[in-house]
Design a protein around this ligand. Structure first.
Ligand code: KE4
Length: 443
């Protein structure tokens, strides 16, 4: 049953007249999966509704922020109240302190926290800080990890043993890319080799401790601890980019799950409850290098905006609520059970079709690869059958299931997805796997 996207088709053409590619962020264009992106009219709970009136069960959740679901009554009410007090002052408010304290309580490694307006701003700022603190210039990142679109991290592995970076986008100067070394995720030997070659020049290693930008890929047993030990050995800082996985894999983020404390952490998405917020923070003696406490400049007109702080505070308070009785599951136990149920249901469908998929789940994040090989890094992720994924994606979309429009993204559960949503998604998956079977036959 084809979706009626007539109005979205028109809206997309109109948008392209005024916005590059018709979107304000490339992945929304559906270029990875083909077709026209539904233009969304409104959302509530686990559902989004497009301008043609099609309703979808949403597993993108604005790429992570909507862990409470869309238009949560308490978040909406708090924002409505905050609006009456104005929208921005450009002056300090107690709201910023309240959110910083909440983040510190939930992620104690973040002794000081600076608010910014996006995940990109958080990772950009934290690299400047790491370079200033260590007086070193080189950064190490991992193939397949994404940290926002600033120059130092829009870099891919160059040729040659030193994996010196080359730009991953026009406009990124070689001089900047050359300071970023790229290694494979989950390959401690390669990281050891890079440190052996130039460890004294490395300011920091930045990693997604649970990777969500090459599809969902989990760290191997002990890997994060090995990375932590290596950075300590060479005096480099360890930066966890938890913009996506923070508050998604657990209340305390990946650092709580794996018991590895970074020197600095970047956050975003969930801490803004759907409004633009990023944050970076960590050890006090490092963060005190940030102006005006220290010499490293970083600023932002709307950083700590009262509406964004309100949405973030309300969200964090709700996801960290302690149940009435000890036997009652908490928010994360419930959302994790829901996510596991969904993954299990879809896997059972896949097995019926004889598909050997790679299924990954971490807290409220999940992902699947059409591959019969384990997916542990970007190279193995790229071996998966993108054509099969795209077939699956569109078959799910036409049945009202909204997944991330790319094999190399993650999916997100919310606290308000219902058992009926999960049942419907598993049933839709059976139909979608049928379409994938036809795709395989047609090749
Ligand atoms: P933003 O600048 O988009 O707020 O955050 C950048 C960022 C930093 N670090 C991690 C681990 C991230 O996942 C992101 C952004 N995630 C993408 C999803 N792959 C956002 C979606 C988009 O680019 O439109």
């Amino acid at each position: 049953m084809a979706l009626n996207l007539d109005r979205s088709v028109q809206a997309f053409e109109e948008a392209k007249k005024f916005i590059p590619g018709g979107v304000n962020s490339p992945v929304r264009s559906f270029r990875g999966v083909g077709g026209t992106p539904p233009f969304i009219a409104k959302a509530s709970g686990s559902k989004i509704i497009d301008i043609d009136g099609n309703e979808y069960i949403d597993y993108v959740g604005s790429w992570g922020p909507m862990i409470l679901g869309h238009a949560h009554p308490k978040v909406t009410a708090a924002l409505q109240q905050a609006l009456l007090n104005g929208t921005s002052y450009g002056a300090p408010t107690e709201l910023e302190t309240e959110l910083a304290k909440l983040i510190n309580e939930l992620m104690p490694s973040m002794e000081l926290v600076r608010m910014v307006n996006s995940g990109t701003e958080a990772t950009m700022s934290v690299l400047r800080l790491a370079r200033a603190y260590t007086k070193r210039n080189k950064i190490v990142k991992f193939a397949g990890c994404y940290h926002g679109h600033h120059d130092s991290l829009l870099v891919k592995a160059g040729s040659g043993a030193t994996t010196l970076g080359v730009p991953d986008s026009p406009g990124v100067p070689e001089s900047i890319a050359g300071n970023t070394l790229t290694v494979a995720y989950n390959d401690i030997a390669e990281l050891e080799s890079v440190f052996a070659q130039c460890g004294q020049e490395i300011a920091a290693v930045i990693i997604e401790p649970v990777a969500g930008n090459m599809g969902l890929v989990l760290p191997k047993q002990g890997y994060l601890r090995q990375v932590r030990d290596l950075t300590k050995k060479y005096g480099a800082l360890l930066i966890f980019d938890e913009v996506m996985c923070g508050f998604r894999v657990a209340l305390g983020g990946a650092q709580a799950v794996y018991g590895v404390w970074p020197d600095l952490t970047c956050l975003g998405k969930v801490i803004g409850g759907g409004l633009p917020v990023g944050a970076y923070g960590g050890r006090r003696e490092i963060m005190e290098y940030i102006a005006p406490a220290g010499p490293v400049y970083q600023a932002g007109t709307l950083s700590g905006n009262p509406l964004a702080m309100t949405a973030g505070i309300t969200t964090l308070k709700l996801i960290s609520e302690i149940p009435e009785t000890p036997r009652e599951p908490d928010f994360y136990q419930k959302i994790t059970v829901k996510t596991k149920q969904l993954c299990q249901g879809i896997q059972e469908q896949a097995t019926k079709f004889g598909f050997n998929l790679q299924f990954h789940q971490a807290g409220s994040m999940f992902g699947l690869f059409f591959s019969d090989q384990p997916v542990v890094d970007y190279e193995s992720a790229k071996q998966s059958d993108v054509g099969a994924f795209n077939t699956y994606f569109h078959a799910m979309l036409e049945q009202g299931i909204y997944l991330a429009p790319s094999q190399f993204e993650a999916a997100f559960m919310s606290g308000v997805h219902t058992d009926e949503d999960i049942t419907a998604t598993v049933a839709a998956s059976a139909y979608a796997f049928g379409k994938v079977a036809e795709y395989y036959k047609s090749r």
